[in-house]
Each structure stands twice: as structure tokens, then as C-alpha cells.
Design a protein around this ligand. Structure first.
Ligand code: MN
Length: 257
């Protein structure tokens, strides 16, 4: 049987499950908050155009307003100064949007310490158990943080010193971006960097190193607990906004059962 026919048969038989890694998008979707003097994005909002009424008797539709980096979304290299000569989100080759996923579960550590940082040794331990990081694949950092996604304050987890959310150390981010065959980093939190990463050297190292290396980011993922450590295929579909720094994305995973 041709491979696509096999795939469709497996999806129909549920021996391949399609797992939705995308957070529902609404006015309640948590949004990044930068401190003064930086400019902030607008949250998701919509205005009704018509709803089976005199404005449009047989149809319902809305106009939307939202930032490129609201909800589950894709970071393109041009999002960061280090990647300014790289791809915008419309230029990412579609072949690169279908890729293997490695899932590294640090949810117990993140529950004990919201400022938990992934180090290279954690990735080496994972590789010792599961094998090398996949060529052209995503590293998905499972922190359990999505459990807080219904509450903006709990999700951002900020105090007077700033936000406290798990992420990746500067040294580990540099190593992952520059020395491994990954295509990008996916996280459950509001951005690919840890909450405290404004104070790292360099600041926001995941953005700086991954986007500077022409790689990508995916944020506000969910259902990572339904993926195997290795073997899932991730399909990321950001809107091809011309010259866009990123965009809202539907992110799916194919998982063999
Ligand atoms: Mn972003």
C-alpha cells in the first residue's frame, strides 16, 4: 500500500492518533507582558461582522485583532535581532513544518521549582535513555505549565522581581541551537525563554541562539503528556504572514499507538 494510504488507514483505525498540541484561542488566552519601557502586544480580540441578521442574513463571521505572538504560535528567525537576516514566517519551507519530535519531561522538576532551567546534562541523560536528538527535529520541553493556561496570572507567575517560569539555561540554549541537529524548541510557557531570562547572559538566550541559527520556536503548546519521548511527528502550521516575525499556528502531532 502507498505510504499515504497506509497513513490514512492508520488514522482511521486509531493506530496513529492525531494529538492537538494547540491551545484554544480566545479573549482569555494568556499573553506575554513586558515591563516598562517596552511595547506590548495586544491580546486576542474579535468584532462581530454579522450573525444571521440584517448585517448578513445567512452568515456569521468576525474580524480579528491579535499579535503575531499570541497563543500557540511560531517564532521565525527575523523575530530576533540575531536572526534579522533570516527567514520571515512566510519563507519557512513547508517541508520543514513536518518534523520529528523529541519530548523531554521536566514536569516534576518544574513543579518543585518554577525557575527550573534545562541544562545540557539533562539532554545528555535523555539521549542516554532514548538515543540521539532527531535530525531536523523539535525538542519539546514538557514542564506541565499548560495546567496554568486558564489563568493569566498563574501562567505568567510574576512577582516584584519578574516572572518565574521554567526554561533553558543560556549555556544549554547555545549548545542546542549551535551544536545539535534540532530545527527548533517547543515549550508550554508564554515564550521559549524562562521567565527570568531577561537577566541571563545573553538576555533571552533561546530566542538569541535558536533564531540566530536560523531555527524556530513554538510556544504555549499543550498535551505534551500524550506524546512519546521519541517517535511522534510534529506538523506546525503558522499563518504565512508576509514579512511576519511569527504567527499563530495550529500544531498537531502524529503518534503511533
Ligand atoms: Mn514568540
Amino acid at each position: 500500500m502507498p505510504v499515504l494510504a497506509q497513513l490514512l488507514a492508520a488514522v482511521a483505525a486509531r493506530s496513529v492518533e492525531v494529538v492537538d498540541l494547540t491551545a484554544p484561542l480566545s479573549e482569555r488566552t494568556p499573553v506575554l507582558r513586558l515591563p516598562e519601557p517596552f511595547a506590548n502586544t495586544v491580546p486576542f480580540s474579535r468584532r462581530e461582522i454579522s450573525r444571521y441578521d440584517e448585517r448578513g442574513p445567512a452568515w456569521y463571521w468576525n474580524d480579528l485583532e491579535m499579535g503575531e505572538h499570541v497563543g500557540t504560535h511560531f517564532d521565525a528567525p527575523v523575530h530576533w535581532a540575531t536572526g534579522r537576516d533570516g527567514e520571515d514566517v512566510s519563507q519557512v519551507a513547508p517541508q520543514r513544518l513536518v518534523a520529528p519530535a523529541a519530548v523531554l519531561d521536566v514536569s516534576a522538576r518544574a513543579a518543585a521549582d518554577p525557575d527550573f532551567l534545562l541544562e545540557a546534562e539533562h539532554v545528555r541523560d535523555w539521549e542516554g535513555e532514548h538515543g540521539p536528538l532527531p535530525e531536523g527535529g523539535w525538542l519539546l520541553l514538557r514542564t506541565g505549565w499548560n495546567a496554568r493556561a486558564g489563568d493569566q496570572d498563574a501562567f505568567l507567575n510574576a512577582d516584584e522581581r519578574g516572572p518565574h517560569t521554567p526554561g533553558v539555561s543560556a549555556a544549554c540554549a547555545r549548545w542546542l541551537a549551535e551544536e545539535t541537529p534540532l530545527i527548533g524548541l517547543g515549550v508550554e510557557t508564554v515564550g521559549t525563554d524562562a521567565g527570568a531570562a531577561h537577566g541571563f547572559d545573553p538576555p533571552f538566550p533561546c530566542h538569541s541562539y535558536f533564531l540566530g541559527a536560523g531555527k524556530y520556536g513554538l510556544t504555549q503548546l499543550r498535551n505534551l503528556d500524550r506524546l512519546p519521548a521519541l517517535g511522534a511527528v510534529l506538523i506546525a502550521g503558522p499563518l504565512p504572514i508576509v514579512a511576519g516575525s511569527g504567527g499563530p499556528a495550529r500544531v498537531l502531532a502524529l503518534v503511533e499507538r
